[in-house]
Design a protein around this ligand. Structure first.
Ligand SMILES: *Cc1c(COP(=O)(O)O)cnc(C)c1O
Length: 374
């Protein structure tokens, strides 16, 4: 049988391995010059004169972002019903409440209109998620937030390298948070970044990132808050710098592979099974069509098993967040978000990563068409 194709796999080349080795041999392995260089390189990559602070995960970045924007108990934050659970959990951890917003069936993104319809008297912030790397209509979302005096924290975990009208995601708006988890389009093993415009946020973000500490000009440290511990290591940052150099190439390769997926599947599958194609600004973190298991006569678990039998990995991104036990217990009704509910029940993430070949895509498509009788 042909090699097993996982649904994702990071690309780690010899330059990356040697960059990590150099740091390990250097005598300084935690936060230091590599972190500072990665932050500067990310700021240059994203453009728009942004501040960048890297941390140990996007989850940590999102929590810090909401916290420094003043979200806390009594506040409500608008979160798409279809996202990774971290987007909602950070709100819950801060003692604020989540109000879910349904997403577009094919875009998986919440629109400005959907956010607007959910605004209530306690709404403090909104969290657009650029799902799969397809940018949310941020001009409309930011204008809406400005009209209502709300803050915007973008969950850009899927969207490093995504562009909206020629601008990088993260280059405008309050705060965007990126993930460098190994499944994401670039990796530091684990890691994330806050990208923001207002330099006055740097002090509070740095304090949250490292024990509430601030340094005076002489290098003396004082502590201003009970901050956390989210600093990235130089080992991780060295990997991130080498990944960032190849990011545009990785994303271009993802788009080529997606081109082949659409060429093979679009003529054969109903249009609502396929996600929005977007334009060249789409960074294609995942390729996740919907399959109507209720009509196919077998379950998603069985589909995953049959794909595995054919040497093909399948992921699930994601269950609808209001359907998870925690959010049901908090009183949310998953039935109120029909698109998220359908995506949650039908989504399958098919193999997509830069090292795949066109022949690999053909193999996946042949299996999907066979198993769906198309
Ligand atoms: C991966 C992911 C996160 C969390 O990223 P980590 O770096 O693993 O904390 C948050 N939101 C979304 C939408 C994600 O996909």
């Amino acid at each position: 049988m042909a090699d097993f194709l996982p649904f994702t796999r990071p690309t780690i080349d010899e330059d990356m391995i040697s960059a990590v080795g150099d740091v390990l041999r250097s005598g300084w392995i935690t936060t230091g010059p590599q972190v500072a260089a990665l932050e500067a390189e990310l700021a240059a990559y994203i453009g728009g004169s942004r501040q960048v602070r890297v941390v140990t995960s996007a989850t940590g970045a999102l929590e810090i972002a909401l916290k420094v924007l003043g979200v806390g108990p009594g506040d409500e934050v608008l979160v798409p019903a279809m996202t990774f659970v971290a987007t909602a959990n950070v709100v819950t951890r801060l003692g604020a409440s989540v109000r879910f917003v349904d997403v577009g069936l094919r875009s998986r993104n919440a629109t400005a209109a959907a956010f607007e319809a959910a605004i209530g008297p306690r709404t403090k912030a909104l969290m657009p998620v650029h799902f799969a790397g397809l940018p949310v209509e941020m001009d409309a979302v930011n204008a809406l937030a400005a009209r209502h005096g709300l803050r915007v924290v973008e969950d850009a975990a899927h969207a490093i390298g995504s562009r909206l009208g020629g601008r990088q995601v993260g280059s405008f708006g309050d705060i965007a948070c990126f993930s460098f988890h190994p499944n994401k389009n670039m990796t530091t093993v684990e890691g994330g970044a806050l990208v923001y415009g207002d330099p006055a946020l740097s002090g509070p973000i740095e304090a949250e990132r490292w024990h509430g500490g601030i340094k005076d000009p002489d290098g003396q440290v004082d502590v201003i808050s009970a901050g956390g511990k989210y600093n990235l290591t130089d080992v991780a940052a060295a990997l991130g710098r080498a990944q960032l150099k190849r990011l545009d190439g990785f994303n271009a390769r993802r788009r080529e592979l997606i081109g082949r997926y659409f060429e093979r599947l679009e003529p054969r599958l109903p249009s609502d099974w396929l996600p929005d194609r977007g334009d060249d600004g789409h960074s294609w973190h995942i390729f996740a069509p919907l399959l109507p298991f209720a009509d196919l006569g077998y379950s998603r678990v069985e589909f995953i098993r049959r794909m595995k039998e054919r040497g093909l990995g399948v992921g699930i991104h994601y269950q609808a967040v209001p359907a998870l036990s925690l959010y049901r217990q908090l009183g949310h009704d998953p039935g109120r978000y029909p698109n998220a509910a359908r995506i949650g029940a039908e989504t399958v993430t098919l193999p997509l990563y830069p090292a795949m070949t066109i022949a690999d895509v053909d193999r996946v498509c042949a299996a999907v068409l066979e198993l769906t009788g198309r």
